[in-house]
Design a binder for this molecule. Sequence first.
Ligand code: DGY
Length: 321
Amino acid sequence: MSGTAGGGVLVARRVPAAVAERAQREFGAILADHDMDAEEALAVVAEKGLAAVVTGPKVRLTAAHAAKLPPSLKLVANTSVGYDHMDAAACKAAGVIVTNTPDVLTDSTADLAFMLLLCACRRAHEYEAIMRAGWRQGFGMPDKLGIQPSGKTLGIVGMGRIGQAMAQRARGFGMTILYHNRRRLPPELEMGAEYVEDLREMLPRSQVLSLHLPGGEAGVLMTPETFGLLPRAAVFVNTARGSLVDEDALIEALKSGQLFAAGLDVFRKEPDFDTRLAELPNVFLTPHTASATVETRDAMGFRALDNVAAVLAGRPAPDPV
Ligand code: DGY
């Protein structure tokens, strides 16, 4: 750890250099040199009497932690849009403000979701593996064919900012777009997509399905039954949360041909994910990196610090959850 104590702020995870520099300049923040867990972060906050902690997904604050938060603590500023790794309600009930970083990772997440869609449709993993093994044999005309997104129907589950950005990209690729959301969006935000109130009605029409809703409350959405409602040889994309998916059912659907392929950035267990997925040829995998661009990680860090600045100055946090 580096930095001056007493500045009131702990940055409890490694952050990009520009974010660390601002945290130190503006708040004299204590900067962790590794990603802290909840116990370690709270111990530093308590020991130094700090008012704010900037956290990552490793800081899994539970109701038990919330029951004994250090009295100096006013703010938990997550550097993520999702906050299902912590019990935000319990922390708020204990009088601590909790914030997240919406908006700033919309494009990078939709970019990666669309990359996964294309890679799954076009067998990117298999082609890449062939090249790396030293391609020596050509393919016959009907062999190793992918499927083409244009003209296909994409079902988007969760039409928040990221779902809308996914729809924008899919439109550019000539896809027909359906969406399921808690409520229908105003027409100007629908991007020409059709609202389907009942998920069970949307699934049989979705040749490609992409999840864009928070984990937590939504529970397990993709089960043997819901995978079975998709048209045969559908493509499945998940950049939302692994907790939304029964991975046994996903693996079975990939093996049986119910799914043609999947593109996955998130898993029920991270980072020690179910490696049976990696054994399947028709899966394209990325390690929860949807927000991992230079631009977005800087913006996420700065957004968390904007919340710190507001709360320390006695103003309302811009991004309370
Ligand atoms: C988020 O911000 O919720 C992304 O999943 C990155 O953690």
